[in-house]
Each structure stands twice: as C-alpha cells, then as structure tokens.
Design a protein around this ligand. Structure first.
Ligand SMILES: *[C@@H]1O[C@H](CO)[C@@H](O)[C@H](O)[C@H]1NC(C)=O
Ligand SMILES: *[C@@H]1O[C@H](CO)[C@@H](O)[C@H](O)[C@H]1NC(C)=O
Ligand SMILES: *[C@@H]1O[C@H](CO)[C@@H](O)[C@H](O)[C@H]1NC(C)=O
Ligand SMILES: *[C@@H]1O[C@H](CO)[C@@H](O)[C@H](O)[C@H]1NC(C)=O
Ligand SMILES: *[C@@H]1O[C@H](CO)[C@@H](O)[C@H](O)[C@H]1NC(C)=O
Ligand SMILES: *[C@@H]1O[C@H](CO)[C@@H](O)[C@H](O)[C@H]1NC(C)=O
Length: 739
C-alpha cells in the first residue's frame, strides 16, 4: 500500500481516512484495564494478542490524526483528491489476516513522511504556532531508540505508544523535553515517570519528585500568639479569608488561654514541626467566586468556620502554615509542571500535610500527575458530612451502587475530616463553639441577660417557606427575630410577626444570640455549626424532627453525598449528644408538641454549655493527636498509644457497628478490625459457620444467620463502622472512649 501524499491536497482525504479507520478500530479496542489485567493474569506482554495489536494501532492512528490535523491547519485548504481516498479504502479491503501488520508498518511510514512534511513547513514559517510543538530533529529520526522489553517494566511499550499519540495533548510533556521522538519519550518515561527502564549510558536516578525531603528538622513548640497566622493571611482581600481572619481574631484570647492549659506532650512523643498547606479548594475557580459572593449574602459559612478554627489550632500547636486559595497559587506552591497536570510535579512535595476539601482534591489531581498517588497519604480532606468506606473505594462503589459525585477517591477513610462525629470511620475535626470559654473567668450571668426572644436559624428567605405555622405557635410566647438577607427593592415574604434585622455581621449576630432564650431551627440548613454556638451562648435550640429520617434516598440535599446516614432531625448531633434541657426536638406539624416544648423552655433556665469536644482545648488536644499519630504513609494504619483494649461485639441484624458499640457505651474503632478479621474469631464467640468466605464487602467481618455464613474482609479500605444491612450481623471492634 502506497499513499500518495501531496501536502496541498491530501490532507483532508487523509483526515477522513484516519477518522474512518479510527472508528473501525475503536469497535475492536480493548479497554486498557483489561489489557493490564490480562498481563497480570500471566500473559506475557510481548505475546501480542490481536486485541493488543488493535489497541496499539488505534493509539497510533490517533497520533496520525493529530499530525494530519496539524498539517492541514498549516496548509491552505484546496480541492480534495478523490483518487487518494479510493486508493486508501481499496488497500483496507485487502485480506484480513495480514491487515494489522501491514497497516501498522505502512502507517509508521506515513508517520515519518508526515514528520518530514511538518519539518518542511517549519523551515518555511517564520514562527511556530505553539511553543510546545517542536519538529523531530531529522538526524534524531535516525537515532536508534528501541523500546526495551524488560519484564520489570511491563507497561513500557504501551506507555510509549500512548505518548506518541498524546504527547501534544498536554504542554507538560514538551516542558519535560518530550518532542514526539521515541528517544525523548523513553527518557521521559524512565526519568520523570518510571514506566520504562533507564536508558543505556545513563545512570539511574529516581524521578526528582520522589526524592526524600529532609523534614522534621524543628520541633513544634506551643505558641502563645496567633501572629504567625495573621502574617500569612493578612495580604488576602477575599471576603472568605477576611471572615476567617476576623473569626480567629475574635477568638484569639480563648485559643491562647487554651494553649496555655494544654498538658505537655507525653515524654516519648516529641512532635516535629509540620509544614502544612491549607488549600481552600472551594474558594478557587468558578465555584469559589460563587461561594465568595455568597459569604456576604447569608451563604453557608460552616466550612469557613472549620478552616478558621483549624488554622488557629495548627498555629497554636506550633506548626508552619501556608495558605492557598487559587489553583495558580497551588501550582506554584507544589511545583506543578506547566500544562494540564498530566505530568508529575517538578520537585518533591515540601509539605508534610495538605489540608483541603473535595474541590481541592480535584485540583491536586489535575496538578500532580503520578505524584498524586505518591503523596496522597499526606492529604486531609475537610468533608463536613463524611465519606463512608463503601463510597470511598471506586471499584467497589461502582459495582455496588455506592458511586456518587463526591466519593471514589480511595483514600484511607480516616483522611476525611468531618464537622461532627458522624462515624468513627472518618476523623472528627469539628470546630469551636464561639464564646465558649472566653477566658478562665467564671461564668457571669449578667453578660447573658435573656430577653423573651427567639432568633430564627435561616439567613435566606427560601428556608422560611412553609414554616409560618410552626413559627406562629412559637410567636405566641416569644418575640421572633430574624437575620434574613433581603436584597433591596424586594418585598419581604416573612410572616408579619417577625422582626427582621437583615443580615448581621457575625459579631452582631452573636450579640443577638446572647440576648435570646431560644434559637429556632427551620429544618434547614442541616448539621451546621450555629446550633452549637447558640447553646454555647446560653440559648436553647428548638428544632424539627424528621420522621421518616432524611437521607440520600429521599432528600435532594443528601442525594449524591457519600453517606448512608439517616438524618433524624435538623441537627442530629445536638439531638443525640446534647439533648434536653439544651436541645428540644419537636414534630413541626403538631401544634401541641411545639407549644408544650415552648412552655417547658420558658420554665427552664440554662447556663451556656459547650460539649468538651467543641472547646478550644478539646480541639487542640484532638488536633495534636491527629498530627502526631495519624500517619497514612507508612505500612500500618494509625496506631494510637497505648494500644486500646478491644471488645469484639456481635451486633443484631441491621445494626451498624457505630450503633452496636454505642449501645454498650463504647466506641467503634476501625483501626482495630484487623485484629479479629480471622477465622478463629467466629469460634471464639461461639458461632458455628457452615461456610467461611473472604470477600471485598464493606459489611464484613460479619455473620449471616441464613446458611450460617461467616464472612471475612479482604480489602482493608472497606473496614467500616458505618455499614449495616438487614441480613448481616456485624462483628464490631469496640473500645472505651478515649480519656
Ligand atoms: C539534531 O540532533 C543532533 C544530535 O542529536 C544535533 O547535533 C543537531 O544539531 C540537531 N539538529 C537540529 C536541527 O536541532
Ligand atoms: C554515573 O555514575 C558514575 C558513578 O556513580 C559516575 O562516575 C559517572 O560519571 C556517572 N555518569 C553519568 C553520565 O552521569
Ligand atoms: C517516659 O516516661 C515514663 C514514665 O512516665 C518513663 O518510664 C520512660 O522512661 C519515659 N521515656 C522516655 C523516653 O523518657
Ligand atoms: C515557615 O517555613 C518557611 C519556609 O520554610 C519559613 O520561611 C518561615 O519562616 C516559617 N515560618 C514560621 C512561622 O516558622
Ligand atoms: C402531638 O403531640 C402531642 C404531645 O407531644 C402528642 O401527645 C400527640 O399524640 C401528637 N399528635 C399527633 C397527631 O402526633
Ligand atoms: C512495609 O512492610 C514490609 C513487609 O510487611 C516491610 O518489608 C517494609 O520494610 C515496610 N515498610 C515500611 C516503610 O515500614
């Protein structure tokens, strides 16, 4: 087969042909996963199956397509040559057997010819259209760079083909000196990525981004000032960062006082100073602009509250903080290669820990290439609502209907840090109930002189819709105050009995809460920080019960969130762990129920109350434990000291280990599953198994009474405290509460 190629006329024809052949081959293309698993299953990589050959061909065609398109964009579009087309198609009708080889060698020739044409064009053009498109060095073409077949590098050939086709898809390859030639690709694949063996004549050096960084040179000493934090965030003009700063400033006294109250570390744990990056992903990009705009209009501030308190905590604990609120900043800080992030970063990551959110996680993946996997053990994800193990492992989530917009990152479940202690599978980060402990002064009742008023939790009008009856019952006993954002020129749709202050600054809002007897939840927003803060200011929190509970199955807000949690009220944490007399949960549609609650509230006097875990001291101790002991980069999962006493409990059908342990006043600890995930456990607790399986299943280890089936866990990432199912009795790792 000879393809007559005239640069002026052949391009469009060739484009067409290539597209046709690509389509043809795509139908025969095996997904790369399958090719890889076949290799893993014992097939030697050089035993090229037809599938594999077609795969290679398709990749090569893609490369050709790119070349042709480049060429045609440079040449004037002239009349097409029908002869070329029919010639091509005729040759493809040749005998099926040898087609693949034939096409492959011919296409290689075409490819070389195209390269020469491109080179030719470059000689005639003053400047190149894109800096990253560089011609083959014609002498380089003759340079012999063979793709090595080394069993230690099974995917080398595949990666070379891939890069031949795709090296121009991301400028980062050109940045790392890939110019489309096999030689340049091999150098890249051996020195920047590590899919190919080192070239002869070159010394092997690990890719620079893999080098170990000398770390932990300094010790972290408790600070009694927050000024290092102010220094790093003072330059930002974003409303969100200003919110963070003003919150930290307002609470600085409490932080410093709590820091002084901390016990010194246990003798053997000297904590090194960590270099910490806080990348506020939600503030970067389009999402960020919308988010920032919302800050001044009553939008959600829960995440910012957590970012503020986290940064204050880490500062007091003596660590070194860096902030990033845009992708550009992030790229600079981690040394991303220019381009779209297909390539690894240019140097080793200098941060020991990166706190970010789900948006930021996506930014990191789009900036780090291979280095993302290498460094993901250093990431911590601020994830208000939590990510259960079943949603975390992509392959499992995909197969079993747990695939969601947010999950599937395959991190250790403890790397997700939640706003409330939803499940021990994740780490509870929390925040601080503002004004909880201003100083070590005793509680002064005169600061909290209560008027007969109720403040409604809901800064936006839509949250109030359909709640008038509920509020009307309350208004019979209490004056109702609102802090609703109202754009000027729009009539208010709030009930007439509401005294609306408009959106208040956080400071004035807290002032109002100090005077209020009751903080009234409308049912939304869910699980925010405000109720904890209201109770910390001496309010009682009145909120609606959800019966049936809200969840990802029946509620738009939770739909797509990686959790199976059943939300029994607007604020289940307060309902469950704080309770009366601070928290009153009512049936919003039952006037009697509401009235009785309000009457009881009026007869009750409460002092400001903050659960210990929501005080500065509580958060400082917790963060210190995480920073010192949570290490996901080694082999073992986090090991706490001293090793806790484990009680293995067998739950009833349908109950999660969170519930099973809680019912015995214990806590589920997912790090302890591995200690009893063995066949003899079933015997020890007196269960006779008719059969024993080891499976990838987030409900295992567990016992199924039907058929007396005993199941052991095969995938450590799926050890789950949260998992429950009506046909499984979970085996649960329970231990006593810490401290
Ligand atoms: C091509 O590469 C050779 C060595 O590989 C070099 O000597 C020559 O200058 C290069 N030519 C161009 C045009 O870059
Ligand atoms: C390779 O390493 C050896 C010994 O470490 C050194 O002498 C030699 O110069 C190195 N070669 C190159 C090309 O860097
Ligand atoms: C830590 O303290 C314990 C007693 O509290 C002591 O026995 C032990 O030797 C100490 N370890 C170190 C490394 O100082
Ligand atoms: C944090 O680290 C950077 C870079 O290592 C250093 O310049 C800075 O002084 C450190 N800040 C503090 C407060 O230790
Ligand atoms: C309404 O609430 C009252 C008091 O809690 C209760 O006795 C009554 O049964 C409830 N009515 C309905 C219809 O649920
Ligand atoms: C990880 O575990 C393996 C064997 O289980 C051991 O050989 C290796 O040294 C461990 N690596 C680290 C970093 O602890």
């Amino acid at each position: 087969m000879r393809v007559a190629l005239r640069p002026q006329s052949g391009c469009l024809v060739l484009c067409l042909c290539v597209s046709v052949v690509t389509l043809l081959l795509q139908s025969l293309w095996v997904p790369p996963e399958r090719t890889r698993s076949e290799t893993a299953a014992g097939k030697s990589p050089d035993e090229k199956s037809d599938d594999f050959r077609f795969h290679m061909l398709a990749v090569r065609l893609e490369a050709l397509n790119a070349q042709v398109q480049k060429l045609s964009s440079k040449t004037d579009k002239t009349q097409t040559n029908r002869n070329d087309l029919s010639l091509m198609l005729q040759s493809f009708r040749q005998d099926q057997q040898g087609l693949a080889q034939l096409v492959e060698t011919e296409l290689q020739k075409v490819s070389q010819r195209l390269d020469q044409l491109i080179l030719h064009h470059h000689h005639h053009q003053a400047s190149t259209p894109h800096v990253y498109i560089r011609p083959y060095n014609s002498t380089g073409l003759n340079e012999k760079c063979e793709v090595p077949t080394d069993p230690a590098y099974p995917v080398c050939a595949e990666k070379v083909e891939f890069l031949r086709a795709r090296w121009q898809s991301d400028p980062c390859y050109a940045f790392y000196k890939v110019d489309g030639s096999t030689c340049s690709i091999l150098v890249y694949l051996s020195q920047v990525e590590d899919f190919c063996p080192t070239q002869p004549g070159r010394n092997h050096t690990a890719a620079s981004w893999r080098h170990k960084t000398p770390s932990y040179t300094k010790q972290a000493f408790l600070r009694d000032s927050l000024s290092p934090l102010y220094e790093v965030i003072s330059s930002s003009s974003s409303p969100a960062v200003k919110f963070i700063r003003s919150r930290v400033e307002r609470m600085s006294e409490s932080w410093i006082w709590a820091g002084r109250g901390m016990k010194p570390n246990r003798n053997k744990t000297v904590s090194p100073q960590m270099k910490v990056l806080l990348h506020l992903g939600a503030l970067a990009g389009d999402v960020g602009q919308r988010f920032e705009a919302m800050v001044d209009r009553g939008g959600p501030l829960g995440e910012l509250v957590q970012w503020a308190d986290l940064s204050a905590c880490l500062t007091i604990l003596g660590h070194n903080l860096t902030f990033s609120t845009s992708q550009r900043q992030l790229h600079r800080l981690i040394g991303a290669a220019p381009g779209q992030g297909s390539c690894p970063i240019q140097r080793p990551l200098t941060f020991d820990l990166i706190y970010t959110d789900y948006h930021g996680l996506a930014h990191l993946r789009r900036a780090m290439g291979l280095a993302f996997q290498h460094y993901q053990c250093r990431f911590r994800i601020l994830d208000s609502f939590g990510t259960e193990p079943a949603f975390n492992l992509a392959s499992y989530a995909h197969l079993h209907g747990y695939k969601t917009l947010w999950g599937s990152w395959g991190l250790q479940p403890l790397q997700y840090m939640t706003m409330f202690p939803h499940t021990p599978d994740n780490s509870f980060l929390g925040f601080v109930g503002e004004d909880a402990v201003k100083t070590n002064d005793e509680f002064k009742p005169e600061i909290y002189k209560k008027d007969n008023i109720a403040v409604v939790y809901g800064k936006q009008e839509y949250m109030w819709q359909g709640k008038s009856d509920y509020l009307e019952v309350i208004s019979q006993e209490l004056e109702i105050h609102g802090t609703v954002y109202q754009p000027s020129g729009r009539a208010s749709s709030l009930p007439g009995f509401v005294k609306n202050h408009g959106l208040l600054s956080q400071e004035n809002f807290l002032q109002l809460l100090r005077r209020a007897k009751v903080f009234v939840g409308l049912g939304f927003p869910y699980e925010g920080p405000a109720p904890v803060e209201a109770v910390a200011l001496g309010c009682m929190f009145l909120q609606p019960r959800f019966d049936p509970p809200h969840s990802s199955h029946n509620d738009v807000f939770y739909k797509g969130k990686p959790t199976t949690r059943q939300i029994t009220s607007q604020h289940p944490y307060s309902e469950r762990f704080v309770g009366k007399p601070f928290v009153w949960t009512v049936d919003m549609n039952n006037r009697t129920d509401i009235r009785e609650a309000v009457e009881s509230i009026l007869k009750t006097k409460v002092k400001p109350f903050t659960p210990p875990e929501f005080t500065c001291l509580g958060m400082l101790e917790r963060m210190r434990r995480y920073v010192t002991h949570q290490n996901f980069c080694g082999n073992s999962t986090a090991v706490w000291e001293p090793e806790p006493v484990l009680r293995v409990l067998l739950g009833p059908l349908g109950q999660s280990c969170v519930d099973v342990c809680q019912r015995s006043a214990l806590t589920c600890d997912p790090a302890l599953f591995h200690r009893f995930n063995t066949p003899d456990t079933f015997t020890r607790i007196g269960l006779g198994c008719s059969s024993m399986v080891q499976e990838v299943n987030h409900l295992f280890p567990s016992y199924s009474p039907w058929g007396r089936l005993c199941g052991l866990q095969q995938e450590p990432l799926l050890f789950s405290c949260a998992g429950s199912d009506s046909s499984h009795r979970r085996l649960c790792p329970c231990r006593s509460h810490r401290e």
